[in-house]
Design a protein around this ligand. Structure first.
Ligand code: UDP
Ligand code: MG
Length: 320
């Protein structure tokens, strides 16, 4: 093994895996060839590594990772005690290996993200950028539905005042310094891509084309995506609560105006108003009230989860 040259940074690549037996070996091959190339070009230290995080897979993912570890020195791995979810798996990898690297890149196991961009990310790191966001150039490989929902998601986040990078998922390079700061954020409700822009430091973006999944199936069905979007908003913005106040106030004003109208028309014309004017506001107000309670409930649930202070992940095994 080459002696460590202090001006070459150690790069760690963190790969969260949940039931990825179909891709994990292939992913390692691809990442390792990129890594070797960067070592040859003297851009990163020979001590750079690839770290897999097994997020409680029920298939053979962990055995395959152990095999890789036996074959290659540069493999490190974590096995979580159960399925803690993508964000937590990522976090466990970042925090466990941050002391051993100068910068860490997180990437999905399915290689949908373009691994050739890794070199550009490292170049940016050499130019003193502390966070490099991988940003998708377009969404032409996505279904119309995914395009539409993704667009709505980013629009909504922006309207709600959440700082978020358009079309950036969790493919990014972060320096050890930034991750050390991230450790101060103790929240259990994790939405990593919303946190990094808040932390600050010099950051930049690199563009890439996202491919289709190599093999296996998506672990983010619509239900999880919606939950993720809702989490993103309620973790970073209290605007929904404010909107509720505004809506309540407007409705209150309207109801006062309507009362005047009702009294006046009773005095002037003597009419008793009909069904529609009673039933429609009933549905409207009922709906709004339920929505309001629901939104407050979302935040209450968040607070509930935060006060419990449960660990965000539990590590069962570590391979170094
Ligand atoms: N993943 C994880 N834990 C989970 C779900 C997903 O670690 O509970 C990993 C998964 O193995 C993959 C990444 O998170 O490496 C992104 O998942 P996926 O590719 O299924 O999501 P999609 O790209 O379809 O949004
Ligand atoms: Mg994927």
């Amino acid at each position: 093994m080459a002696t460590q040259n202090s001006d070459k940074p150690v790069l760690g690549i963190i790969v969260p895996c949940y039931n990825e037996e179909d891709v994990v070996a292939q992913t390692f091959e691809a990442l390792s060839s990129v890594q070797q190339r960067l070592i040859r070009k003297d851009k990163i230290s020979a001590e750079s590594f690839i770290a897999f995080v097994d997020d409680g897979s029920e298939d053979r993912t962990w055995e395959l990772i152990e095999d890789l570890r036996d074959k290659a020195m540069c493999v490190k791995a974590l096995k979580l005690a159960g399925n803690f979810g993508h964000q937590n798996a990522l976090l466990s990898g970042l925090f466990t290996f941050l002391e051993e690297a100068d910068c860490l890149i997180s990437i999905d196991a399915d290689l949908q993200d373009d691994i050739n961009v890794i070199e550009t990310m490292v170049d940016r790191f050499h130019e003193a950028y502390e966070v490099v966001y991988g940003v998708r150039r377009s969404r032409e490989n996505d279904t119309l539905f995914k395009k539409l929902t993704a667009h709505c998601f980013y629009e909504l986040m922006q309207k709600m005042g959440v700082k978020i990078i358009y079309n950036h998922a969790d493919f990014r390079l972060t320096s050890r310094r930034v991750l050390t700061e991230l450790q101060k954020y103790k929240e259990v409700n994790l939405f990593l891509r919303g946190l990094f822009p808040i932390i600050g430091f010099k950051s930049t973006q690199v563009l890439y084309d996202r491919k289709e999944r190599q093999a296996g199936y998506s672990k983010y069905p619509l239900r999880k995506m919606l939950g993720f979007a809702l989490d993103g908003i309620t973790s970073f913005s209290i605007k929904p609560l404010r909107l509720l106040t505004v809506a309540g106030f407007l409705l209150f004003l309207t109801s006062i105006l309507l009362s005047f109208y009702a009294i006046l028309s009773y005095i002037l014309i003597g009419t008793v108003h009909g069904w529609a004017s009673i039933v429609l506001p009933m549905y409207l107000l009922g709906g709004l009230q339920l929505l309001g309670i629901g939104i407050i409930g979302e935040y209450l649930g968040k607070i509930y989860k935060e006060v419990k202070q449960r660990p965000r992940y539990i590590i069962e095994k570590e391979l170094r």
